[in-house]
Design a binder for this molecule. Structure first.
Ligand SMILES: Nc1ncnc2c1ncn2[C@@H]1O[C@H](COP(=O)(O)OP(=O)(O)OP(=O)(O)O)[C@@H](O)[C@H]1O
Ligand SMILES: [Mg+2]
Length: 350
């Protein structure tokens, strides 16, 4: 019969390729039990949305099977999300990772990506919040299908919940079509309130959907919120890419890590003939990521399903999870979670 030490010894050769360290010293292997020819263990991943989940599970299983005398291996996969926080701020103390979704240009799909990112991480099993920081054009309530009446509890605002995601938006306060005509300080105040006076509770990921550009709100968020990273969205054409690059440059200057670049509206596949066309050119986001030496997180097609999902408050990753476009969005969300784990790991002292 093998013993615990032998199991740990073979598993210390299974390396998480992203973190460059073995699963034993990362503390991922727990609850090893050996019962005659059967080994049971828990593999505790750094996020439930782990892009390497299947690979790590297989390598762990194969390693244990390589021990002489082992006939059965049972692995329970669980997760404990790493935190990118090492600030001492009182703001959002229960939130492990704060991720902003930004872009220089308007209308490239930031809110669409933010909504599907939040829902996808939540579906994977993470605790997720979504803050709509677009004061002038809050559209997250519509995209998440929420009509929420704000209320407070113990002096804190209670966020809405949809698809297991906690949501806050200025749209819950100012409804209808009357435009807000606020200037800088008021806007900054509102954003700070939605962060600090909302009971977000314990979250693995808080996604902040930013308005376009490098104006008041993105700056307020970047300077006042302990952001773990920023996802930059662009469409492929030169006009969008060059402005998105400015956004990257702003966040870099403020010392905020760029999680990576998403290329939205990359291509269109005709439903009738299957022909793939490129209405907004192609590859601009991928090229931008390579040029700026940032991660490319993936591309998302132009799809009726995505647009309909946004308009009807039924995000495509929740309601049509097996479509090509939902798969693309889910893969991006797993890459985001993977990069956040790497960023968290780089801050940890082992
Ligand atoms: N991949 C896509 N396929 C089809 N429609 C999309 C796609 N991405 C976004 N859209 C649609 O494009 C419009 C703009 O998207 P969205 O509101 O997400 O952009 P945004 O960058 O957040 O805009 P703003 O700058 O105004 O905040 C929406 O109607 C949305 O449904
Ligand atoms: Mg938006």
């Amino acid at each position: 019969m093998v013993n615990r030490e032998e199991v740990l010894s073979v598993l210390s050769k299974v390396v998480d390729p992203e973190l460059g360290r073995d699963v034993v010293s990362l503390g991922m292997v727990q609850d090893i039990e050996v019962e005659r020819e059967k080994v049971t263990l828990t593999l505790n991943l750094t996020t439930p949305a782990c892009p390497l989940r299947e690979r790590l599970e297989k390598e762990t299983r194969d390693a244990v099977y390589s021990l002489k005398g082992v006939k059965e291996v049972a692995i329970k996969v669980s997760s404990k999300v790493f935190s990118t926080r090492n600030d001492s701020q009182d703001l959002l103390p229960g939130v492990k990772n704060i991720v902003a979704v930004a872009s220089g240009k308007g209308g490239v799909g930031k809110s669409t990506i933010a909504v599907n990112l939040a829902c996808s991480l939540s579906l994977a099993g993470a605790k997720v919040g979504l803050l709509d920081s677009d004061i002038y054009g809050p559209n997250i309530p519509k995209m998440m299908g929420i009509d929420h009446e704000l209320r407070t509890e113990n002096g804190m605002i209670v966020p809405a919940t949809a698809y297991n995601v906690k949501v806050m938006s200025i749209g819950f306060i100012y409804k209808g079509e009357t435009p807000l005509i606020w200037r800088g300080p008021l806007i900054s105040g509102a954003v700070k309130q939605m962060l600090g006076q909302v009971n977000w509770g314990e979250l693995d990921y808080l996604i902040i959907d930013l308005p376009p550009g490098t104006g008041d709100v993105p700056l307020t968020v970047a300077q006042n919120v302990p952001l773990g990273g920023v996802v930059v969205v662009t469409t492929p054409q030169e006009a969008a890419v060059s402005i998105a690059a400015k956004s990257v440059s702003m966040f870099r200057r403020l010392g905020i890590p760029i999680v990576g670049i998403v290329e939205n509206m990359s291509y269109f596949v005709c439903r009738k003939c299957g022909e793939k066309t490129y209405p907004f050119s192609s590859g601009g986001g991928r090229e931008m990521a390579a040029r700026l030496n940032e991660n490319f997180l993936g591309d998302v097609p132009i799809s009726e399903g995505i647009r309909e999902g946004c308009d009807s408050g039924r995000p495509v990753v929740v309601f049509s999870p097996n479509t090509h476009e939902a798969t693309a969005l889910k893969e991006i969300s797993f890459r985001v979670a993977g990069v956040m784990s790497i960023l968290a790991y780089s801050k940890m002292a082992f």
